[in-house]
Ligand binder design. Structure first.
Ligand code: NDP
Ligand code: GDP
Length: 333
């Protein structure tokens, strides 16, 4: 039975990747950081019905000693580094934490692997945010980077650390440059989920309006379920490498919003208010990925359209909020 260690197992991708690897017969270990809210962190694993099968181990990306102990104990065949302070907007408010977890955390894990499991295969969750102020469109593995937030700067550090440890020590370390990917398990602070949650609230009469920032920006959005398969495929290759994972279609936040409101039979114009306070200090205006390398070398293609993704998210939020309202606990905590 192959063994996988997933950091960030309680996040969106960690949950989908756990489900995917368990389906392939893996023994899955997941790193969780200690919290006083026992049983809350694993809500996504519960939602997917896999919480009983994932073996949770305590550790933290900024504590090298914890990572060495865990990697030594688990002796994984594959390590998926998904842990991060992953929200761009927060990275301006907490740049040091972001640098430590999202950036230095990668080196910590690579060091742990180098010391006690050098034959394992390593996946780094890099991000299209590294392209930032894009130097070419569409973006490929060879497009120069220009990060626009502390988050993107930290991700760039993690990306180059992964490349460097591959080149310096011959580790099987790959970096997936993933464009935005969403699902009903996406954090509610990200714009797709904020919109689908907001639409469901308005439809149920719980809220009247939805406040958004810059809705003219464009993103290349796919489904997380498709994207975790690409992570696994990268680690099945004889040679490690870097891959752009994207749909090849870009859409404005405004048009994504229209899809969500229309699915609920509502008009976006009646409910969306623009709040300048939600504008970012520096913006990434356009992301559009070209995943030709992944298509050719990994045989990977996305299967979910933006329309299908957004409909699935609106339906899931409506169901979730509807059942909470039935037991009298509908308002967000
Ligand atoms: P989430 O924000 O949903 O999950 C982040 C995970 O990291 C959580 O499990 C969180 O744990 C964990 N984490 C945070 N800080 C620490 C720490 N100090 N030690 C240990 N674990 C920690 O992210 P996603 O699942 O959406 O994304 C997965 C990865 O892919 C991230 O690295 C993200 O930056 C990257 N990425 C995501 C994209 C996307 O569109 N989703 C696009 C490109 C890259 P806890 O539950 O305790 O908070
Ligand atoms: P990101 O691409 O990782 O930053 O993912 P997000 O989902 O957080 O943001 C995508 C884009 O939507 C960014 O360009 C944001 O500026 C824009 N956006 C507009 N309004 C909002 C909002 O209210 N919340 C968030 N999170 N993003 C917004």
């Amino acid at each position: 039975m192959p063994r996988a260690l997933i950091t960030g197992v309680t996040g969106q991708d960690g949950a989908y990747l756990s489900q995917f690897l368990l389906g392939k017969g893996y023994e899955v270990f997941g790193l969780v950081r200690r919290s006083s809210h026992l049983g809350v962190a694993d809500h996504r694993l519960r939602w997917l019905g896999v919480v009983e099968q994932v073996r949770l181990v305590d550790g933290n990306m900024i504590d090298l000693s914890s990572l060495i102990r865990i990697v030594e104990r688990v002796q994984p065949d594959e390590i998926y580094n998904l842990a991060a302070q992953s929200f761009v907007a927060t990275s301006w408010d907490q740049p040091v934490v972001t640098a430590e977890v999202t950036g230095v955390g990668v080196i910590n894990l690579l060091e742990a692997m180098r010391a006690v499991a050098p034959r394992a295969r390593f996946y780094q969750a890099s991000s299209s945010e590294m392209f930032g102020k894009v130097q070419a469109t569409p973006q490929t593995e060879t497009t120069p980077f220009h990060p626009r937030s502390p988050y993107a700067v930290a991700k760039l550090f993690g990306h180059w650390a992964t490349v460097n440890y591959r080149e310096s020590f011959g580790l099987h370390a790959s970096s997936g440059i993933l464009f935005n990917h969403e699902s009903p398990l996406r954090g509610v602070e990200f714009v797709t989920r904020k919109v689908t949650d907001g639409v469901a609230r308005i439809k149920l009469g719980l809220e009247k309006e939805l406040r958004l920032g810059n809705i003219d920006v464009k993103r290349d959005w796919g489904h997380a379920r498709d994207y975790v398969q690409a992570m696994w495929l990268m680690l099945q290759q004889d040679e490690p490498g870097d891959y752009v994972i994207a749909t090849g279609r870009t859409t404005t936040v405004r048009d994504m919003c229209q899809i969500a409101f229309a699915h609920a039979g509502l008009s976006m114009e009646d409910h969306v208010r623009i709040d300048p306070a939600l504008y970012r200090p520096a913006e990434v205006d356009l992301l559009l990925g070209d995943a030709a390398k992944a298509r050719t070398k990994l045989g990977w293609t996305p299967t979910t359209s933006l329309e299908a993704l957004i409909r699935e998210m609106v339906d899931a939020d409506s169901e979730r909020l509807g059942s909470r309202r039935a037991d009298g606990s509908a308002r967000r905590d």
